[in-house]
Ligand binder design. Sequence first.
Ligand SMILES: Nc1ncnc2c1ncn2[C@@H]1O[C@H](COP(=O)(O)OP(=O)(O)O)[C@@H](O)[C@H]1O
Ligand SMILES: O=P(O)(O)OC[C@H](O)CO
Length: 497
Amino acid sequence: MEKFILALDQGTTSSRAIIFDHGGSIKSIAQQEFKQFYPKPGWVEHDANEIWATQAGVVAEALASAGLSGKDIAGIGITNQRETTIVWDKETGEPIHHAIVWQDRRTAEFCDTLKKQGLAELIQRKTGLVLDAYFSGTKLKSILDHVPDARKRALEGKLAFGTVDTWLVWKLTGGTAHVTDVSNASRTLLYNIHTNQWDDELLEIFQIPRSILPEVKSSSEVYAETSPSLFASRVPIAGIAGDQQASLFGQMCLRPGMLKHTYGTGGFMVLNTGDTPISSSNHLLTTIAWKIDGKVTYALEGSIFIAGAVVQWLRDGLGIIKTSAEIESLARTVPDNGDIYMVPAFVGMGAPHWDQFARGTVMGITRGTTAGHFARAALESIAFQTMDVLEAMEADSKIPIKELRVDGGATVNDTLMQFQADILNVPLVRPKTHETTALGAAYLAGLAVGYWKDTSELEKHWQSQKTFHPSMDKEKIADLKKHWRRAVKAGRGWLKD
Ligand SMILES: Nc1ncnc2c1ncn2[C@@H]1O[C@H](COP(=O)(O)OP(=O)(O)O)[C@@H](O)[C@H]1O
Ligand SMILES: O=P(O)(O)OC[C@H](O)CO
């Protein structure tokens, strides 16, 4: 009987379950949004139990709508919002605190203190990361420091830390497996990407007891089987990768020099650099793409904190659109941005600026400014940020970028895609399968259980749906860039005097 691969794609705003067939096509899909908590300005939390409940719910829904059960699934792949930090009690399985989300800025001051102690260079050398509140290490420290007795219980071996992948595997296995994969571990500030181990010196700097950490595995292997209480038959959990690395894999960027950009809540450009960890001179991250069959593949990454989230803000914060899709028709009510520039530094700025204390700005407002201009400026802000990262990527890799493969929720927006191709002066290629992140996780799992033979079989699945060709004149591009740069400058360091 025909079998399928189930991918769990646990994103920042929603949990998705997608069932893929042998040709890499979607058999069924289910998605559920969950609640975002903003307890203080700059803080972002999730309820880890709700993450699990929505994830389990969409798995049941996807199976039911395809008319399948656990016995039809050859393997499960997991991909997840990265860096988001969860700590739970090993005995009860209860989280001891809300998950602190990757966007959360509460540890910015602590990062600054470490910078003043001159530790940024050492940390970057070992982890490939910029010392920033974005990553898990300082979030984990904050939970251990603020939840009563947490540090003591951690030292007694009673607590478990995990990124979302680890939490999902723990729940799927009924609390028997405490594992993560290299791609997620490489986002913690605690993992040495050169020795491929948790690093004692880093653990000391961030005051993290080793006993709380999961075991680090490859991205494609059978980690464990699902608990008998979940499905009628046990299903192997066989692939794990952080969502941006999974999308690089799903986009079949398997060779050095290939890159993709994902437009989700944030925006993430990732370049495959092969077996060489390239150290960035332009404020990008050196990170692990995946480890398969004992071989580690490295990547360069430019992380933008707010991409599609600016559209959500227009919808939920300002209320000037009712659905995300409406931004496109609203933006088209005006011929151009009317000289409005929006910099959505709502949680500081990531690559290549790395300013924890920047905040959002809208520059150039006049009496003639309309909601249409706001919509256009919001879309353009996503594209301008991507441009900044692409320029850093070209400077670091010395590779002129000839085309950009794109994916993620905001790529349905043709106006954004065309403006992006224009401002980059590079063709944008949107693949047929929008769900490349989930597909990447499915591929990693399917390879581990022999569902697919090798990556050359998978490469045949990748197909372009549409290419956006650049068509803007150079003077116009230069003018837009100049104004964008001035707007970015205006919001830099806003929280500092
Ligand atoms: N038509 C659209 N135009 C622009 N952005 C959109 C559109 N539709 C959805 N989005 C944005 O896409 C994002 C969701 O993409 P997704 O890849 O599901 O993200 P995540 O994995 O981070 O949850 C949201 O931030 C949403 O605002
Ligand atoms: O949920 P996404 O798709 O915006 O991805 C979040 C990233 O993994 C954060 O590093």
